[in-house]
Design a protein around this ligand. Structure first.
Ligand code: FAD
Length: 368
């Protein structure tokens, strides 16, 4: 399959991918962006986003992502609705394939995100998308459960951290765990066990989510969680726990299977980046957003790292160009004349753009 070549390819159109696309397009890198099976990323499956700066009344997740998409397109990013099925990072240029074509690039930004793990009962995922009171993100949704009784499923550090955080809002937090011992660190356990707002349900799993049809202030109806049906893992007996919300905290799955064996990742599959940057250990490959961040996993942090990745990629590409020039200088003075003309033209174009931006009072260049 013949491949089309691009200077920069970005995989993913969540906040990280779009932000990288906006910065890279403004730096004249003409990025090609692949959006995969979830155009707009995780925020397209939520309703209200209240913590993304710039929207004092909050904004609907899909609407926010549509704005980012339009902003990226405005500066010239090319977006394709294709899923990368293969990546070869041990060749130069890097080679990517989808079921529709092959592509090569000098630099690559991976912004493929991470997906929350659900309970496997189907209803939890459906209710998380419809605003039915199920969530996989305490930081995002805890605020909506002020004064309510809720449940958290899980037994690791994340589950206890989220449960403890949720006690700031909820009247009571029920922790549901399949065993009678938690996997979380001792310090975290002690803090949670001492919290008067927390109750522990040992040897229990969620067998079903029971709902009620509720009328919204707009006059629509929506299915909302009213209780959990819990199953005892020892004798299979069933019980009911009335709650207004459920937080599933059994982990996230970073979308990194394409890069296994090619890029360093931790045991959960999060990509490893060099401290303070978005550089992976393969020069020219950068990672941004949830795919490399198991700690924060927020839209704003994903967007921030997308910006960093675009700046890192631009610097890398400039460095490669200078290196190439030096190589030519050493070996082929005739080709050098042609290359120098190209570089002079690029510098000239950039200066002209800078002048226009200064005159119009705008900061056009990447990084401000
Ligand atoms: C229900 C829900 C509600 C949330 N609410 C909030 C909130 O209120 N505030 C907040 O700050 N955060 C919230 N978050 C978290 C936030 O959505 C994520 O932190 C953020 O979306 C991460 O952005 P990202 O760009 O790293 O990846 P994602 O948004 O996960 O996007 C990943 C992108 O990569 C693409 N992709 C993956 N694999 C491939 C492939 N092989 N080829 C091509 N493309 C590929 C996907 O299609 C997608 O476009 C919420 C998350 C969820 C699930």
């Amino acid at each position: 399959m013949t491949a089309t070549h691009h200077k920069l390819i970005i995989i993913g159109t969540g906040p990280a991918g779009y932000t990288a696309a906006i910065y890279a397009s403004r730096a004249s890198l003409s990025p090609l962006v692949f959006e995969g099976s979830q155009p707009g990323g995780q925020l397209t499956i939520t309703t209200e986003v209240e913590n993304f700066p710039g929207f004092r009344e909050g904004v609907l997740g899909p609407a926010l992502m549509e704005e980012m998409r339009e902003q990226a397109l405005r500066f010239g990013a090319q977006i394709r609705t294709e899923t990368i099925t293969q990546a070869k990072l041990d060749v130069r240029p890097f080679r990517l394939e989808t079921d529709q074509g092959a592509y090569t690039c000098d630099a690559l930004i991976i912004a493929t995100g991470a997906s929350a793990k659900w309970l496997g009962i189907g209803k939890d995922e459906v209710l998380s998308r419809s605003g039915g009171g199920v969530s996989a993100c305490a930081t995002c949704d805890g605020f909506f459960f002020r004064g309510k009784e809720i449940a958290v499923v899980g037994g690791g550090d994340t589950a206890l951290e989220e449960a403890t955080y949720l006690t700031k809002f909820a009247s009571k937090v029920n922790l549901i765990h399949r065993r009678d011992q938690l996997r979380a660190s001792k310090a975290m356990q002690e803090r949670a066990l001492a919290n008067p707002k927390m109750a522990f349900h040992w040897h229990k799993v969620v067998a079903d989510i029971l709902t009620a049809t509720v009328e919204t202030p707009m006059g629509d109806t929506v299915e909302k969680i009213r209780a959990l049906q819990l199953k005892d893992t020892r004798d299979g007996s069933l019980s009911e726990l009335p709650v207004d919300g459920l937080f599933v905290a059994i982990g996230h799955q970073p979308n990194t299977h394409l890069f296994k064996g090619q890029l360093a990742m931790d045991e959960a599959g999060y990509l490893h980046v060099q401290k303070g940057s978005t550089r992976t250990e393969v020069p020219g490959v950068f990672a941004a957003g949830d795919v490399q961040d198991h700690t924060y996993r927020q839209a704003i942090t994903a967007a921030g790292s997308g910006c960093k990745a675009a700046i890192d990629a631009e610097r890398y590409l400039e460095h490669v160009m200078v290196e190439g020039l030096a190589r030519v200088l050493r070996h082929d003075p005739v080709e050098l004349r042609g290359t120098c003309r190209g570089v002079r033209a690029r510098v000239h174009r950039r200066r002209a753009r800078d002048r226009v931006a200064r005159l119009s009072g705008n900061r056009h260049a990447i990084g401000g």
